[in-house]
Design a protein around this ligand. Structure first.
Ligand SMILES: [Zn+2]
Length: 86
């Protein structure tokens, strides 16, 4: 029996998750081996997660409880910045 990865129900779930998380605070978690962005954690996430880094191929595990403090995306100030003219 073929596995149905791309069912309409799963696509609806994914689209709903995208809509839900679009307004949530998030934090990018980087690979401890190479610094590549491993995944994104949204506010309230708990539990353990394992993933394989797409850059260095190490398998890394994370405890999401230690990543609960999610800062909201900083708003960029209009003044200052690295592109100041002299
Ligand atoms: Zn890596």
């Amino acid at each position: 029996m073929a596995r149905d990865y791309n069912t309409p129900e799963r696509m609806q779930e994914m689209l709903k998750a995208i809509r839900t998380t679009s307004t949530m605070a998030s934090r990018n978690v980087t690979c401890p081996y190479c610094g590549h962005r491993a995944f994104t954690v949204y506010e309230g996430a708990t539990g353990y997660l394992q993933t394989k880094c797409s850059k260095c191929r190490h398998i890394v595990s994370f405890n999401l409880v230690s990543m609960r403090r999610v800062k909201p995306k900083p708003r960029k100030a209009a003044a200052g910045g690295p592109l100041q003219n002299q």
